[in-house]
Design a protein around this ligand. Structure first.
Ligand code: ADP
Ligand code: ZN
Ligand code: MG
Length: 474
């Protein structure tokens, strides 16, 4: 039987506010345990939460950027469960009235465009962190993270392959970074994803039973875990077994998911409206103001790059995947208006050195101005493409301009025909047999002659002129 996977993703994005969602403790990462705490986020009896307005603004921003409908009135709810990292015994979240619903994100996989629905976005507080001591049978709890603001973005079960899931996540992360509400760091846990996976016979309209996968700390893990889970469920059904609703953990060391616990259901949490917090009422003026302040979004930027710079879709998609990368490109083009060659240098040589050194574009050793100037030197025939590679490598090591490097190392391309002629004459007189063979019809030797001349000129002769003169002389 042929099966079709059905996938829905839940993403928790940590918001980049300075203070927590219901108190003024700092949200900064890496402080000594329990130093960013107060009676409110420690869940002391008798304290009252006060909502951080920035959290609502960031949620509105995300809702607009994902085309959601923003609720004019939404409300916080208590989600009750016991765990040592949750001092109140309940998490303040949203339930029946989330801040936003009915959105979507457009993705593209293998040239196929697809729209993935967003069911809802809701605000909630993070829990603390348990640190298990490997040497002793104890765990220690750190409450610095309790009350750090999160938004949960829940997708519709519209995703049909691990690749689509990866693409949806990349798009979503790109969006929250563009609008500056979340740093998107999956390894540090500020952008976390649970994947819900089920399969059904191809052509069937009803959904199968899903499992929920946790512990996915990178894009690679998400795709690998979903892939594994689809295969596991297929094997199970083919054997005549059934999939059970459960939470499974991805184990990257042995490349498989293992059962963690049976899946809790909404009624297990005994949700009820939080009596300590007023409903959140959002007026049109606030939404318009947030909308006005929103930067250009990745898809809008991509369309503009295609239209204004006449870039191929691939280039436009690549360059707009990070806001800083797009800014770098636009800075280059401002210095020298040749978008395609600039794009080639960024996607090729620049990415290669950034990847090799594990650096982001913000830490690029080559400034946009210097890269643009390099492209200009090639275009103006001052250096050849080959020499440009050497100059580029030198630029990556030092902080100097391409002009300085070219002048200092004497790399200026020789376009003076009489100088090139001298070299050519020498090469021809040193290789009489090849000249004879060429004249007898072995024209393939042209490449040999060009190579010899380039070598003799240390790569500085202009290849176009070399070819021209060689042809004339031979
Ligand atoms: P819970 O908190 O119980 O996991 P949510 O509503 O927050 O519930 O998230 C459920 C997620 O599971 C959504 O992303 C939804 O699209 C997805 N989903 C629901 N049913 C299925 C299914 N049969 N197969 C795959 N994914 C599913
Ligand atoms: Zn606090
Ligand atoms: Mg879930």
């Amino acid at each position: 039987m042929e099966f079709e996977p059905v996938i829905g993703l839940e993403v928790h994005a940590q918001l980049k506010t300075h203070s927590k969602i219901f108190c003024n403790c700092s949200t900064s990462f890496g402080a000594p345990p329990n130093t960013h705490t107060c009676p409110v986020c420690l869940g002391m009896p008798g304290v009252l939460p006060v909502l951080n307005k920035k959290v609502v603004e960031f949620s509105i921003r995300t809702a607009i950027a994902t085309d959601c409908k923003i609720a004019r009135k939404s409300r916080f709810a208590r989600k009750n469960y016991f765990y040592p990292d949750l001092p109140k015994g309940y998490q303040i979240s949203q339930y029946e009235l989330p801040i936003a619903e009915f959105g979507h994100i457009d993705i593209e996989v293998d040239g196929n465009k697809k729209r993935i629905g967003i069911t809802r976005i809701h605000m909630e507080e993070d829990a603390g962190k348990l640190n298990h001591d490997p040497a002793r049978p104890i765990s220690m709890v750190d409450f610095n993270r309790t009350g750090v603001p999160l938004i949960e973005i829940v997708s519709e079960p519209d995703i049909r392959s691990p690749e689509e899931a990866g693409e949806y996540l990349r798009k979503l992360r790109s969006i929250v970074r563009y609008i500056d509400v979340c740093d998107g760091n999956m390894e540090e846990g500020s952008f976390r994803c649970d994947a819900n996976v089920s399969i059904r016979p191809k052509g069937s309209e009803t959904f199968g039973t899903r499992t929920e996968l946790k512990n996915l700390n990178s894009f690679k893990h998400v795709e690998k875990a979903i892939h594994y889970e689809i295969k596991r469920q297929e094997a199970l059904l083919e054997e005549g077994g059934t999939v059970v609703l459960e939470t499974r953990l991805w184990n990257d060391a042995n490349n498989r998911t293992t059962s963690m616990r049976s899946k809790e259901e909404a009624h297990d949490y005994r949700y009820f409206p939080d009596p300590d917090l007023l409903p959140i009422v959002i007026g049109d003026e606030w939404i318009s103001k947030v909308k006005k302040d929103l930067p250009e979004l990745p898809n809008e930027k991509k369309e503009r790059f295609i239209k204004d710079y006449e870039l191929p879709e691939y280039d436009a998609n690549f360059l707009t995947s990070f806001r800083e990368l797009a800014e770098y490109f636009e800075e280059c083009v401002k210095v020298y208006a040749k978008p395609k060659p600039v794009s080639n240098w960024i996607m090729g040589s620049l990415m290669a050195i950034l990847n090799a050194e594990g650096k982001s574009i913000k830490a690029s050793p080559i400034s946009a101005r210097n890269l643009a100037d390099l492209v200009k030197l090639i275009d103006e025939d001052i250096i050849s493409g080959k020499i440009a590679k050497t100059v580029f490598e030198e630029m990556a090591k030092t902080d100097r301009t391409p002009k300085e490097i070219v002048e200092e190392k004497g790399l200026v391309q020789v376009t003076d025909t009489s100088a090139i002629e001298v070299i050519i004459d020498e090469v021809l007189s040193k290789n009489p047999d090849e000249v004879e063979a060429y004249k007898n019809g072995k024209t393939k030797l042209m490449g040999f002659f060009v190579g010899q001349v380039m070598k003799a000129s240390k790569g500085k002769a202009n290849p176009k002129i070399v070819n021209q003169i060689l042809k004339d002389k031979l």
